[in-house]
Ligand binder design. Structure first.
Ligand SMILES: [Zn+2]
Length: 242
């Protein structure tokens, strides 16, 4: 039960957000139209178009789990399915190509709110964002997986650990490759730190999963360092395999 003190502050915060929104209208991350919402959110119309998944939704979980196919990976969770022309796709596009790292925070928070229970049950030691190749990160200015992890961490309180995974080369885009080609493409691209030995359960954070080959490759490297580690996967979108 929130105390009257907490209620007072949450109402005050809400009012400040509304006034702030009137003076500086915020744009919806989905359609770019002005919205009354606080920044980095989506408008009601866009929100209703996204195929948000429910916690523990089997179909989504199983697509990631089957793709990764490693027994150390205990659960996988994704916020939504995305289709090529949907709002989910434009959110991911904003996040990756239009410099909107705030979209990552927004989606991470949303993910955090829907899986608080899962995180509590699994007692995660830390959240690890999937690494980008350093030159690509320099070009983009940020790693989007880090901001998703940051949003997630702000809700669950789980600490983020960066620099435990490194991507040592830039890989070819996976979009036009078959499952087998994807596996070959990401082979031996990640290096993981010995520090992973001290963790029991970690959350691995990524933006979009299709066949799960990248995640599989990262998980294999992690398991090589720590055979008994338990891994939970968190992603924003799951693309249906065509
Ligand atoms: Zn919108």
């Amino acid at each position: 039960m929130p105390t009257s003190f907490q209620r007072f502050f949450s109402q005050l915060k809400y009012r400040i957000d509304v006034i702030f929104g009137l003076i500086f209208p915020q744009k919806c991350v989905g359609c770019d139209k002005e919205t009354m919402h606080k920044g980095r959110g989506v408008c009601f119309a866009c929100n209703s178009k996204i195929m948000w998944s429910q916690p523990f939704e089997r179909e989504i979980n199983s697509q990631i789990l089957q793709g990764v196919n490693l027994s150390n990976v205990h659960a996988a969770y994704s916020l939504f399915y995305f289709s090529k022309d949907g709002v989910g796709q434009s959110l991911i596009h904003q996040l990756k190509y239009r410099g909107s790292w705030k979209t990552g925070l927004f989606l991470g928070e949303k993910l955090g709110l829907s899986i608080e229970e899962l995180v509590r049950v699994n007692q995660l030691d830390c959240l690890i964002p999937i690494a980008m190749f350093h030159r690509k990160k320099f070009d983009r200015g940020y790693n989007q997986a880090y901001y998703i992890a940051k949003g997630l961490s702000s809700i669950t309180g789980t600490p983020i650990r960066q620099n435990l995974i490194k991507k040592r080369k830039q890989t070819q885009s996976q979009t036009k490759l078959s499952r087998e080609q994807r596996r070959m493409n990401v082979r031996n691209t990640f290096v993981v730190s010995d520090k992973l030995k001290k963790f029991q359960t970690i959350g691995l954070v990524d933006d979009v999963v299709t066949t799960g080959s990248t995640l599989r490759e990262v998980c294999k490297e992690i398991i090589n360092v720590n055979r008994s580690i338990k891994i939970i996967i968190f992603t924003i979108g799951v693309a249906r395999i065509e």
